[in-house]
Design a protein around this ligand. Structure first.
Ligand SMILES: [Ca+2]
Ligand SMILES: [Ca+2]
Ligand SMILES: [Ca+2]
Length: 289
């Protein structure tokens, strides 16, 4: 049998295609809504208490070989809004959490098992600076931000809507099961270990990376995004979530982060491909001779 270079290319192409298929499938296993490489959690468009500034419309996450991208949209600016009822005169975003533990949020918090990301430098987070934190415990700052003391109080005030915490925690009961019903809304990092920094991204950088909340009719007036090193987070199924500082709106997103390949594994895979090609070429040469 003769191995032509076309045949070798098609064999290697098939191998590459099957690797892509595996990684796409693993993300799809637990993701809500995938579009153009981003995993979206689209929030109720009418559950922001206090007006359009407090309305979250959605969260999206994208994983590449070396980075995690996060995007948030709605009416809340990165620097928050002026509010006389808040202790610091400002209400803004809380911190973003990733929970890989499979436990509910309070259990994960009590065992310092959360990852947390402070992305809003002007908020009331107890994390010292913006960045990615591991071994995180969470705290509530709704009380000093003119906010709700529990999800129960928020829903009883008339904000119980379908997709209350996005499409992945769509009902009040699902939110109670995960966050707790009458306990404080834990929305900032209380303690943890800083493991790395984040890089803020502009709306045009996010668009260039394939982000499109408009596909879900969920583009807000504010677009917030950032990027950080893939290796800073764990792998596997996660639930990510963020609330505003007052608890007036929140959104969650379920997904799956692929196993980070060891550098040696990538080299190994490449070597297997090269040696397979080399062996085919050698065979071809021997046939030609
Ligand atoms: Ca909302
Ligand atoms: Ca504040
Ligand atoms: Ca919400």
């Amino acid at each position: 049998m003769k191995f032509t270079s076309t045949k070798i290319r098609s064999l290697l192409g098939a191998a590459a295609a099957s690797i892509c298929l595996i990684s796409a499938t693993s993300q799809q296993a637990t993701a809500g809504q995938l579009h153009n490489g981003w995993n979206y959690g689209i929030d109720a468009l009418n559950d922001g208490s206090g007006g359009s500034s407090f309305e979250i419309k959605g969260m999206a996450i994208k994983e590449t070989a070396d980075s995690i991208f996060v995007a948030l949209t709605g009416g809340m600016p990165l620097t928050g809004v002026t509010n006389g009822g808040a202790a610091d005169g400002n209400i803004g975003w809380g911190d973003l959490f990733f929970n890989f533990s499979g436990q509910n949020f309070q259990t994960a918090s009590n065992t310092n098992s959360l990852f947390g990301i402070r992305f809003a430098g002007a908020n009331d987070s107890l994390a010292a600076s913006t960045g990615v934190y591991s071994n995180v415990k969470a705290a509530s700052v709704t009380g000093v931000n003119h906010g709700y003391n529990s999800l129960n109080q928020y829903y009883n005030s008339g904000f119980n809507r379908t997709n209350t915490q996005g499409t992945d925690l769509s009902t009040a009961q699902a939110a109670y099961n995960y966050f707790g019903q009458t306990t404080p809304i834990l929305n900032v990092i209380s303690s943890g270990t800083k493991v790395g920094d984040i890089t803020m991204l502009t709306a045009s950088q996010l668009t260039a990376a394939g982000l499109n909340f408009g596909h879900f009719s969920a583009a807000g007036t504010q677009m917030i995004g950032f990027q950080f090193n893939r290796s800073l987070l764990a792998s596997g199924s996660y639930l990510a979530n963020v609330f505003v500082e007052c608890g007036n709106d929140g959104v969650a997103l379920a997904g799956n982060l692929a196993q980070v390949p060891e550098p040696s594994a990538i080299v190994g895979l490449t070597l297997v491909g090269l040696s397979a090609a080399g062996s085919m070429l050698r065979k071809r040469r021997s046939v030609v001779k």
